[in-house]
Design a protein around this ligand. Structure first.
Ligand SMILES: Cc1cc2nc3c(=O)[nH]c(=O)nc-3n(C[C@H](O)[C@H](O)[C@H](O)COP(=O)(O)OP(=O)(O)OC[C@H]3O[C@@H](n4cnc5c(N)ncnc54)[C@H](O)[C@@H]3O)c2cc1C
Length: 348
């Protein structure tokens, strides 16, 4: 059995849970195992419907007041109990601040291997080989867990994008009809309280949620000045997307830290990623290369970004980007923005 530990917030599954279902289903089908999704929550019933759509063979719920808000000791104890009861071959969680917090603890407590930040897997005969980035994503390491399960794996966000509903082979992938629903009881009341949530701050209204954005337009150092970044904003607005940035843009103070995409920023996998004036350094690529369609605009035909781009425009961004924005607006019947960014061309 392959066990997924779903992540959720505000009674909704987080996008990483859908990505885990993709990896989990691939492993389950290839290894001839079943797929179970575990929901750990105060009231798991509110998430069952959403979990059904992930196509598991079984959903197991663990209910308890202490499971929310997230407490690493409580989640570790609950997952450890679940694992010792169900004996899964693989236990999957997101390589997120939550998943990479509790899953290594469970692995350590059970004395079993952990593969962190998995981006790919393959079968080599009887062995399952996982790929994970190392040395700041400059190299990839292939890892084979030893011995009988369970093996714990965190999946890098964006590495296993869910398929579009209209793609062949998509839809609930299980063939056994409705998943079985089980409740698992575990006594969490005696656990010591070692951490306390003192508050929760939401991002300011209108702030971006790059992780779940469908379209991202990202600007790099090629923009040259903060004032020119409006070109990126305009194109993103015309496309109905979010704005992202490379690290120099953030380091220069043109955009706040939460715009940064890459190894020390956010990992994203939108349907469309437009990279404007971004060279494609490996630290940037690791954060966006699993995007479904990458369009690069760069005046240097040898820029590494073109190696991962599906479409490339080799030209001056200051002439290309406003032209694309105008065309998109015209096609969508939108009026031009008031007070757009300066053109930034040398002649200005
Ligand atoms: C530990 C570490 C962590 C890092 N983490 C990250 C990270 O999370 N995210 C990240 O992005 N980087 C990160 N970096 C930095 C990374 O190595 C690169 O330096 C950075 O990604 C480069 O950003 P850039 O592509 O915007 O700038 P540059 O590499 O300077 O590229 C600018 C590009 O713009 C093009 N250009 C210039 N003018 C125009 C024009 N008029 N029209 C069209 N194209 C033009 C140029 O041809 C060039 O390709 C990290 C580095 C380290 C050491």
């Amino acid at each position: 059995m392959i066990l997924i530990v779903a992540e959720h917030a505000d009674d909704r599954l987080k996008p990483i849970s859908r990505e885990l279902a993709v990896l989990g289903r691939e492993l389950a089908d290839d290894l001839g195992r079943t797929l179970t999704v575990a929901i750990l929550a105060r009231d798991p019933a509110s998430l069952v419907e959403e979990c059904r759509a992930l196509g598991p063979d079984r959903i197991v719920t663990v209910a308890g007041d202490r499971l929310e808000p997230y407490d690493p000791d409580v989640w570790t104890a609950a997952v450890e109990a679940l694992v010792s009861e169900d004996e899964p071959a693989f236990v999957l969680a997101g390589h997120t601040s939550t998943g990479y917090d509790f899953l290594p603890r469970v692995a350590a407590r059970t004395g079993r291997p952990l593969v962190p930040a998995c981006i790919e897997w393959q079968r080599h005969g009887e062995r399952v080989v996982f790929t994970r980035p190392v040395f700041n994503a400059k190299m990839h390491m292939r890892v084979t867990p030893k011995g009988e399960g369970p093996c714990f794996v965190t999946a890098a966000p964006g590495a296993f994008p869910p398929r579009e509903p209209d793609e062949a082979g998509s839809g609930p992938p299980q063939d056994g009809g409705e998943p079985r629903l089980d409740a698992f009881d575990v006594d969490l009341s005696g656990l010591p309280v070692r951490s306390k949530r003192i508050g929760r701050e939401s991002a300011a209204a209108g702030a971006l949620d790059l992780g779940s954005a469908d379209i991202i337009v990202a600007g790099g150092r090629g923009i040259r000045e903060k004032e020119h970044f409006g070109l990126i904003d305009d194109l993103a607005e015309a496309l109905g997307g979010a704005v992202g940035a490379s690290r120099p843009v953030v380091d220069s103070g043109w955009r706040p830290r939460d715009y940064q995409i890459g190894s020390s920023g956010q990992t994203v996998s939108p349907r469309l990623y437009v990279a404007v004036g971004i060279s494609g350094a490996v630290q940037h690529l690791v954060g966006m290369q699993s995007s479904r369609c990458i369009v690069a605009i760069n005046k240097d035909a040898d820029a590494p970004i073109f190696k991962v781009a599906h479409y490339g425009i080799v030209d001056d961004l200051f002439s290309v980007v406003p032209e694309i924005t105008r065309t998109v607006r015209a096609l969508k019947g939108q009026s031009p923005p008031v007070g757009s960014a300066g053109s930034g061309r040398e002649s200005d």
